[in-house]
Design a binder for this molecule. Structure first.
Ligand code: HEM
Length: 427
């Protein structure tokens, strides 16, 4: 690995603050469901479920994305993202907003929730504008930076919609049907922000993880164009409860199809495996399992786009939400983090030796047994949670939540074990 001048290393503290927040949020989300599975069962639109959803979507997924960008930047996007006071201020706004949003959802104080929503939204946009500004100077394929920029544009839209819905719960000024507004917000956030970012960054990170040849060229624009056209149309069609939702749902699925096509292209062009990389690699297993969840969520989403609203569609909608948000997005973060943190820890461990070494290889830092157990617990947890919530099978919801909580605590122990190398100074 090249010796990156200390000034160009990824910041050490800020990514760990974001990942730390993310791990606590995911553990609290699964603990809340495990301790009171009935509290989140039944029809999904209630304050407790809204709190748990944002612990997963803002706490785990969004905080991990923001933390990862400061590491992925210098390692895979050819752009150095230093942590300035503005970046730390943005983190402060994000963590204050997430805690405030979830706590106020819990006590059903919607005015407090709405102000917290504005706080986290502002934090994401401050971090985002700082990252996008630096991305402009990077020698990165335009198609990849387009995914990242579009993702931040979409989260601005989703956050604005979220804040408006938050204040609407107090002042009742928004037109339209509440559930339709919520669906529009949720899809713009989950597809336009989190999925668009995962797809864009995966074009650079997956080749490093597999390892495989890096895809390039104009064909990488296909997923950006289809996902953006699809999610923009879906947002408007859901808002106005249009009967043309299925057109945009199919466009979004075609966008994911274009991405999966590039993943197959990579799998067909493997690169020599670095010494010490073990098989099967938990990062690749989690990525594979999250793609299976993406395919299931896409199938359920298309079905929901055609189906008339009924008790059955509401059940399927919950399973669709779990496979999309937990099975695909949340699990993809587990996979990527499992490979990103050892590389990050190795960079700092090597720098701490004055670039003389020796340091442990990034493939020897993780807790192997723990990672295998984490994967098995996710393998059971995701379908059990989806089925349990969809069919009100409380024992399944409880078992799934305890498994996913155990997986999150084991994964946190593994992350701490890896990250200690970044702070270690050799004797
Ligand atoms: C700053 C960002 C965000 C803000 C301010 C926000 C705000 C909100 C609010 C206020 C609601 C409830 C609306 C109501 O009760 O009428 C809501 C619902 C929802 N949001 Fe967000 N949100 C944000 C980010 C996200 C993200 C990133 C995701 C997904 C990746 C997401 C997914 C959802 C979902 C799925 C629901 C519906 C949950 C349910 O019905 O149980 N949100 N959001």
């Amino acid at each position: 690995m090249p010796s990156t001048p200390r000034t160009q290393l990824p910041p050490r503290l800020l990514p760990i603050l974001y990942f730390g927040t993310a791990h606590v949020a995911l553990a609290v989300a699964f603990a809340a469901v495990a301790l009171d599975p009935r509290g989140v069962s039944g029809f999904f639109y209630h304050a407790r479920m809204l709190g748990v959803v944002h612990l997963v979507t803002l706490g785990w997924i969004t905080s991990s994305i923001l933390g990862a960008l400061y590491i992925v930047g210098p390692i895979a996007l050819r752009v150095w993202l230093p942590a300035t006071w503005l970046d730390y201020a943005a983190f402060g706004l994000v963590i204050t907003g997430v805690v405030g949003m979830v706590a106020h959802f819990w006590i059903q104080d919607y005015a407090g929730m709405a102000w917290s929503a504005a706080t986290v939204g502002t934090g994401i946009m401050v971090a985002g504008s700082n990252i996008v500004r630096r991305l402009r100077g990077a020698s990165l394929p335009r198609a990849v930076s387009a995914h990242i920029v579009l993702a931040f544009v979409n989260v601005l839209g989703a956050a604005t919609m979220g804040v408006l819905m938050g204040f609407d719960k107090v002042h009742h000024f928004l037109p339209g049907f509440v559930i339709a507004n919520v669906f529009a917000h949720a899809h713009l956030a989950a597809i336009g922000w989190a999925s668009m970012m995962v797809v864009g960054v995966a074009y650079r990170l997956l080749p490093m993880v597999l390892p495989a040849e890096m895809p390039k060229g104009a064909r990488l624009w296909t997923s950006a164009i289809l996902l953006q056209a699809g999610v923009s149309g879906l947002f408007v069609a859901l808002l106005f409860r249009s009967r043309f939702v299925w057109i945009f749902a199919l466009t979004v699925v075609a966008g994911f199809g274009a991405f999966l096509w590039q993943v197959i292209w990579m799998l067909r062009r493997p690169r020599p495996r670095p010494p010490g990389l073990r098989t099967p690699d938990p990062a690749v297993l989690h990525a594979g399992a999250s793609f299976v969840s993406l395919v299931i969520a896409s199938g359920l989403g298309i079905w929901l786009a055609f189906a008339e609203l009924s008790p059955a569609t509401l059940r399927i909608a919950v399973a669709y939400g779990v496979f999309g948000l937990v099975g695909f997005l949340a699990q993809m973060v587990v996979g990527m983090e499992g490979r990103l943190l050892p590389i990050f820890a190795w960079y700092w461990a090597y720098a701490n030796t004055g670039y003389k070494g020796p340091v442990l290889s990034p493939h020897e830092m993780p807790w192997r047994r723990g990672q295998e157990l984490v994967f098995v617990l996710w393998l059971f947890g995701v379908p059990a949670l989806a089925g349990g919530l969809a069919f009100d099978a409380v024992p399944f919801v409880s078992a799934a939540a305890w498994c996913l909580l155990a997986a999150t605590l084991l994964n946190t122990a593994n992350a701490a074990r890896i990250l200690r190398h970044a702070w270690r100074t050799p004797v």
